[in-house]
Design a protein around this ligand. Sequence first.
Ligand code: NAD
Length: 505
Amino acid sequence: MTSTPTATSATDARQFVAREHGLLIGGAWHPASDGGRLESVDPATGRPLTTLAAATPVDVDRAVGAARQALESSPWPALSPLDRGQVLLAIAELVEEHADELALIESLDNGKPVSVARAVDVGTTVKLFRYFGGWPSKLEGSTIPVSPRGGLRVLNYTVHEPVGVVGAIVPWNFPMSMASWKLAPALATGNTVVLKPAEETSLSTLRLAELCAEAGLPPGVLNVVTGLGSVVGAHISAHPGIDKVAFTGSTEVGRLVARAATGNLKKVSLELGGKSPHIVLPDADPVQVARAAADGIFFNQGQTCTAGSRLYVHEHVYDDVLAAVVDHARSLVVGPGQDPATEMGPLVSARQLDTVTAYVESGVEQGAVVATGGGRPACLPGENQHGYFIQPTVLTATDHSMKVVREEIFGPVLVAMRWKDVDDLVSKANDSPYGLSAGLWTNDLTQAHRIAAAVKAGTVWVNCYNLTDPASPFGGYKESGWGREMGRQVLEEYTETKSVWVNLT
Ligand code: NAD
């Protein structure tokens, strides 16, 4: 894998970005019904990048109509499981073929380094379609040994059917891979989809939709409606023609989605925020751990739901680990995502920069100490002076009364705390409304398993951090969500189970 796009793929990416982007409804591209458009901004410069169609509720209705029609009468429901799987495998092939182009589109739109977009966003998308491409032929039901009254002889079996039309709403931090987390299992199980990307970062999803069509996905099976969350996302969540809504985003908006979905009691799955504890035990190697702790928070500019944003270090190694984390933070190259030297790009938007900056200020007001960072990086190239950059930041002298410790910042801001008693540590780790993930570093197997069992989190990493795989379930405890993405568990989120009773008497 290279991280530098070839000349052809770079041209393709820039030509794609500059295009007049429409809404994908029923296999054709349309402008918004009222002609409305949204500006998409380059986060590295603050300048306009392109414009997107701003869908209206009427456009959403049309997309839902197209998805319903495809569910009932397109070639999609008639495809054999192997043929359906083959379409997903063909999507994986095409995404891989266009990896450099897609990575550059993602980097231009979101700000992240091209190398990260290539390895993580594109790489994950390929793996997801490959993994779920194998599932359609394995969605087996059961034969169940029932004991009906009256001595009847009965055959009882279950089948897993598509839930129907799925509304998928995704965020801007990993745009194409978050869309694929939903799209790949939804398609593998035979559903049709109305997908709404985040308004800040719709471009890679629009290109992915083109590749899906090229791979043989019939018209109407995937519909993409770009636009505002408060209009398009809200209409999808409440829509009576949608059978299930799959949402990834903030806990605040997740609550709105869940409430809106009660109208027709559509199924809901929610992947929400996090404030993950990253725990260091006294026997851990300070240098190795410091690197992991820094990567755990600064990866993707800290805009990762699983960011290890609360660092708890045992008092015996706290000073050594903190010194090394701070050194690492200072060494990170911050710059535009398209510069191969860049390790941390800009935040996604001016709004996100304001939010993160306000959190740092609030931390300082509440008594935290800025060990490093906290401001704009010096020495940015001229054209990046108005980009949404912030330095990797470490706050010390923090405690659980502070907003920076309690709330999700969703930026490159680490709060560090000392601990000495393991029970107190576990209660602090769990002292959060969130429960998405946790990490811990130790060679003490007993402590590792005890803490892993005691932490309320959907994922626990021991001596590693931020690993995910399409085969492994992912999701949150508490206010981090409902349901699971990936693994065989996600198949239940996209299917209804039918129990069939046949009287054999
Ligand atoms: P967000 O909640 O602001 O937006 C997410 C999506 O919801 C966007 O497409 C947005 O347009 C749409 N939306 C906005 N208002 C809506 C409404 N009223 N009804 C329906 N949809 C609406 O989140 P964000 O700022 O894009 O993303 C950051 C958040 O996402 C963080 O909290 C992060 O932790 C979370 N996240 C979670 C996971 C996970 O797997 N748990 C993964 C990535 C991001």
